[in-house]
Design a protein around this ligand. Sequence first.
Ligand SMILES: *Cc1c(COP(=O)(O)O)cnc(C)c1O
Length: 633
Amino acid sequence: MGKWTLDDAHDLYRISQWSDDYFNISDCGKLIVYPHPENKSIQIKMQDVVDELRQQNVSFPVVMRFHDILKDRVVRLNKAFDKAIKAHFYSGKYRGVYPVKVNQMQEVVDEIVDAVMPYHYGLEAGSKTELMAVLSFKTSPQALTICNGYKDEAFLRLALTGVKMGRKVFVVIEKYSEIPLLLKLAEEMNVRPFIGLRIKMRVTTEGRWSGSSGEKAKFGLTVSEMLQAIQYAEEKGFGDCIQLLHFHVGSQLSDSSYITSAVEEGTRVYARLKKRGVPIQYLDIGGGLAIDYDGSGSNRHSSMNYSLDEYATHVVSSVQQMCQLEKVSEPNLVTESGRAITAHHSCVIMRVQGEISPQGVARKIPKAQEGEHYLLSNLRELLANVREQKNYVEVKTLARTTFDDLLVGFKLGVVRLEEVATAENIYWEILRVMESCEQEVDAGEELQGMLATQYLCNFSLFQSAADSWAIQQLLPVAPLSQLDVEPTKRCTLADITCDSDGKIDRFVGENGEKNTLLLHELDEATPYYIGLFLTGAYQDVMGDMHNLFGRLNEVHVFADKNDPNNFYIEEYVRGSSASKVLRIMQYNPDSMATSVKKEIDQKVREGTIKAREGVQLIDFYEKCLKGYTYLKN
Ligand SMILES: *Cc1c(COP(=O)(O)O)cnc(C)c1O
């Protein structure tokens, strides 16, 4: 084996594949961020940020946000469409909106709105509460505000209030019954609404969100409902308000052919409505722009087989061709890309707290004793000869069955506890020797999985990477430093919840996926930090409080080329305290402390606890209530 190089680290963690130019490895083996990828001289070593946070006593895990990346994503998307529109002499404009459900955090939406003033980029809301949030941001007057999702009277009133505020707030009709209610309220409030129609698409897509299209889709109007809605609006004198046509066929569309066929179907509907005199100006193609989580550039679920520029080109050219065919004018284009905007900007940084190896704490194998059970002797012999064996699958099976038989013997009372302990150690040693021989690759990968150490990471999968658990979403993992050192420990990751599902055992690999990841040996003296990347879309906001682990501490890191380390931490947002999480579960932390105090006072009166100690115990309990929910480190 040659000397370990940074290229090897790139191959192993696939950083250049999934980073989309925002992450890299420095010459000294540190993971770096390029907040402005067009200027590679500004680079932030993530370990430097960690060191600064440690100095400030910020507890980990921490969500690190790079708002410069967020801005860059929005600009990239807008530029991609501008370029495609120019190249095709397309006559419509691009008016994207950011669907806030992907990450509703105030700072995130604020940064997006701020980044995109020159692009007239807007916001999308899928619920009443989201619309309340959306209306509180000042977007460009030409930007669109789009309301999707099921609506009640208050939702519609809020939308019309937005129109009165001078915004272009489109109410997208998802369900026929929304149109009579909207028009009634519009008359009552004396305002001309902006109406969009969502069509139920026929194209079927593949992937985890394929349910967003097809006959069984939850949202949208059938063709006949759509025609009925148009007729109703026209009869009521609101025909001219129908200006937008919307569809959304699913998130993370890995294959560009789904995008093209959806756009073709949608544009055909647009064209036919246009010919009927419906004054549609905007074609809203929804979300779906994917992220290459595994970096394979393929049509796998965790990947995408097109680039951002290609996406814009496919959309512009498909709409244009269909419009030429149908001889109708080209609509303004709206996308509702969420994942593609927010995924890169945030990551979860956690410390590896310890390790759990399947064989437990390794122990020397004691010498054979007189009268030892013959199954144990058989295992010893197997171990002695394992290096000479050719058929590893056979050896593995034999070792397993012998060990199992021995356990049966123990249950029957003919094998001693010490013999089981020795057999355990021999069994794992056989597997280790076989793995080190590395001759048969197939058997090798399975063995690696069996022998992998679990690195115990201070985080909750359910809070920080919900999709990793719920839909087997693949997220990249990499250490923040030592990338110039060969990692030798084969690992999976375990979180600190009491749930055996709280683990990561699927990693980004050369051929898509692998079930272990090589990491560095732990060393007491130097804390080892790893990052879970591309968590800015959905993961940031969908997590739950399993085991009462609450929201994470967050830091907002900004690039600063005048700083020796190229960054400053603009803000530190404290994560949930134990008492905050408890309050959500209807506890009252004050009365909890009072109850505990009462019991301790009682013990003090009884004399089993000294008065001074009693005070300390109560103080400690109260301090814990104020503290962070994760392990202290
Ligand atoms: C969720 C959703 C989006 C965002 O989709 P992404 O794939 O994250 O871009 C856009 N539009 C609608 C209607 C949605 O439901």
